[in-house]
Design a protein around this ligand. Structure first.
Ligand SMILES: [Fe+2]
Length: 179
């Protein structure tokens, strides 16, 4: 099966499920993140990263439910590795770093933590809590750290049940252009 169809199936299947304590489904959350990236004028690869950032919740042996029960499912890493079959680092690296970016922002911007949703505060603890100063330094040396931080901010905003969410198909031509 063509990769875009494979991804579309995941959005339509597991993606239609609840997004762990948020007011939108997982697919709506990811499509909203893609839309926010697009509205910010982000390059196509970063729009794709925003759209696909949580695909790891649908992949690998541990699910998002495991994460909510206290076991880190490392969905940023499993998602990025899976996407690397078809996409380059400008897509896969911000995906890999989007959980680290939350831990980074909690250390770098005290006001950031206050804005996190309840579910995000809970998973932050499971994922290792705010970064230490050494981890902050290492994160800032990552070539895609700025993109990962931008993705993270869209991720945090993309939980709005009142906005018109584009469907996965809206992003198909963009994804096809990146394969
Ligand atoms: Fe997310």
């Amino acid at each position: 099966m063509n990769p875009i169809d494979q991804i579309a199936e995941l959005f339509a299947g597991q993606g239609a499920e609840d997004y762990f304590g948020e007011a939108v489904t997982q697919a709506e959350h990811m499509c909203q993140a893609g839309l926010l990236a697009q509205q910010s004028g982000a390059p196509d690869a970063l729009v794709a990263a925003a759209l696909l950032h949580d695909i790891g919740h649908f992949q690998g042996e541990l699910s998002g439910d495991d994460l909510m029960q206290g076991t880190d499912n490392r969905h940023s890493h499993s998602g990025s590795e899976w996407l690397a079959q078809w996409f380059g680092p400008a897509v896969t690296e911000p995906v890999r770093l989007h959980v680290a970016a939350k831990r980074y922002l909690c250390a770098a911007e005290p006001e950031y933590f206050a804005k996190l949703s309840e579910a995000s505060v809970y998973t932050l603890q499971v994922q290792g809590g705010p970064m230490t100063p050494e981890q902050v330094e290492r994160f800032e040396a990552e070539p895609y750290c700025t993109d990962a931080v931008a993705l993270r901010r869209w991720d945090d905003e993309a939980k709005d049940p009142t906005i018109q969410t584009p469907s996965f198909d809206h992003f198909r031509p963009l994804l096809e252009g990146l394969l």
